[in-house]
Design a protein around this ligand. Structure first.
Ligand code: TMP
Length: 211
């Protein structure tokens, strides 16, 4: 059986982490070997980059292109060190965020040029695309309220303005509309168990080994 790259995307607080856990348990119950990983931070180097990217910087803001390059560096290391070898070994990889996050956050959110983002995404991935991307669609206010209700303090990106997060949300909507065979929308405001059932059905439809 060939490996698969299944990506989970969405705005802050959309429920990716719990859905990835449920999905991983389900796949393992089918005797499928699963790797859970994320961007940024899926490698040792990436963990350092994640800290640099997400820690709050009071009076020395991270420049927008610097931010883009750091996400690209994290991705390049992740693709080489984790994604390619595990796909070659036939594993199912559940990845928390990938190239669409850069389009949504740095492209739509920050307003950086799409041609620059596409180029960097291509360099960082060497053309490796997801087999399927699940977009957990929740309203930005709902997602941010979930985050505020949790123990952890909001990170540098979560603290951005609501208009930034609305642009990111718009980015996901446009990405899903223009990539209907790769990106599938799931209503992330439904209960955890229902969302999980929907994801199971989507995977069965899109990944023929699971049908
Ligand atoms: P998360 O892993 O907890 O969802 O947080 C990662 C944060 O990094 C989230 O705010 C989205 C942001 N991000 C980008 O802005 N660009 C990217 O390319 C990626 C992968 C994440």
């Amino acid at each position: 059986m060939g490996g698969k790259l299944i990506v989970f995307e969405g705005v802050e607080g959309c429920g990716k982490t719990s859905q990835m856990q449920l999905c991983s348990q389900w796949l393992e119950s089918l005797d499928i070997s699963v790797i859970l990983t994320r961007e940024p931070g899926g490698t040792e180097l990436g963990l350092h980059l994640r800290r640099l990217l997400l820690e709050k910087s009071e009076n020395k803001p991270v420049a927008e292109v610097t931010e883009l390059l750091l996400y690209a560096a994290d991705r390049s290391q992740h693709v080489e060190q984790e994604l390619k070898p595990n796909l070659a070994a036939g594993k199912y990889i559940l990845c928390d965020r990938y190239t669409d996050s850069t389009i949504a956050y740095q492209g739509y959110g920050r307003g950086l040029k799409m041609s620059l983002i596409d180029q960097l995404n291509y360099i960082a991935t060497a053309g490796l695309e997801s087999d399927l991307t699940i977009w957990l669609d929740v309203d930005v206010e709902v997602g941010l309220a979930r985050k505020r209700g949790s123990e952890a303090a909001l990170d540098r990106i979560e603290q951005e303005t609501i208009t930034f997060h609305r642009r990111v949300e718009q980015g996901y909507a446009e990405l899903a509309a223009s990539n209907p065979s790769r990106i599938v929308r799931v209503d992330g405001s439904l209960s955890k168990q229902i969302v999980h059932q929907m994801i199971q059905e989507i995977l069965r439809v899109h990944i023929k080994e699971l049908a």
